[in-house]
Ligand binder design. Sequence first.
Ligand code: ADP
Length: 458
Amino acid sequence: MLGRIFLLVFWLSIGAALGFLISPNSQHYFEFMYVGMLVSLSCAHLISSWQAENFLKWLQKPVLDSNKEHSAFWESAADRIIRLVKNKESQRLVSEESLRQFLAAIQASPHGVIILDSETRIQWSNQTASEHLGLDPKLDLQQLIGNMLRNPIFSNYVNSKSFDHEVIIEGRDHRIDSPHKVGVQLFPYGDGRMLLLSRDVTLIEQSETMRRDFVANVSHEIRTPLTVLAGFIETLQTLPLSKEEQEKYLTLMANQAFRLKSLVDDLLVLSRIEGRHLPGQHAWVSIKKILEQIEEEAVGLSVKLHPLMNDRQRIDFQLTDHDAGMEISGSASELMSAFSNLISNAIRYTPAGGTITVHWKTTDLGGVFSVTDSGPGIAPEHFARLSERFYRIDRSRSRDTGGTGLGLAIVKHVIQRHEGVMEIESKINVGSKFSLLFPMHRLRAVNKQAHVESVNGI
Ligand code: ADP
């Protein structure tokens, strides 16, 4: 302010001095000085207006040029404005960066996120929401969510205005043969806006369905022998039976009890396998020892099912000297269980007089354990489902021979846990071949003196 007063006084003095100098005589000094001051004030005003005009033009430019020179007064105003603009700009950059980080975090979320305005129009959505619900994050902006998700369950949910729970709807990739289920829930906030969160629940739904089916299957498997047992007990209690009849009933009851025990045993094996850590690579099991032990059991089962000499099956275990020295790393009990399930199936499904060949072969790619039979064979359409729990092609043959419907499920689990695969080849009325392929890194050849670590557990 003081500067402005000095400037004013300066211009007035210049005007007065010029008026004084150009006045013709002393009588007109004051008039000329007065006019001089008026003229100089007008000049000062014109110069100020011109400077202000320039300053305004500078201010209207989209980008402020900080090198441009202004008069002293406007210079300080320009400095201040430039400082303010720079401040705002850096604040804007910080906010933009925070928003970018925030949106990146929401994009990275495994949940789908959609922001809806008070009319349920889409304001923003992340990539996961598009994958879940088939929305286009750009093209579908401003669309009503009800128009985008035409699903009666979702429409009823939106109309109900009760959002304290999630609803399950079909996702973008849903097909009858390959379900895709998505859970969606709305969360109201602010002035009528809503956040829609979605999550992929396909696996959860599948495992829930599997759990329900499993419980239903187990109950069914247990109820049948129990009903038969209860019936026999009632018969024994109420009817006067001869000694032979009693014997006959007790044998039938023992069969049912054995069936129940086999089922519970297989269920326990399955649950033990599922709950355990993967078998490590440091416990080595001798192939020869496993096969020797299984051979005894196989012959026993075959004789039990075909007691007559003429009905006997031919069971052939093939193991070369080289392969007899092989060891496999993994769980001895699990491998025993898988191998004996395949052999027991071959014996149970192959009719009297048939042949069963059990073979181990070590190749450059790994080890192959195979069981070939001359049984009824399996149509290819069953292959994919054979290892499902309780899946049976011939239900009565399975039950009559003591099958639980869990054998191949156990085999599949065991081979997967040992990083291998199961292969099935079969021809109706010719026979079947089940092979378990083990990777090379789980095999080793040992010399005769080598210490076999884990066979003690067999
Ligand atoms: P199960 O206890 O009924 O034998 P598995 O899981 O071991 O159950 O086998 C599933 C089904 O696969 C069996 O019920 C049977 O129909 C079929 N199956 C398995 N192995 C053979 C085989 N070697 N020959 C013919 N059918 C077989």
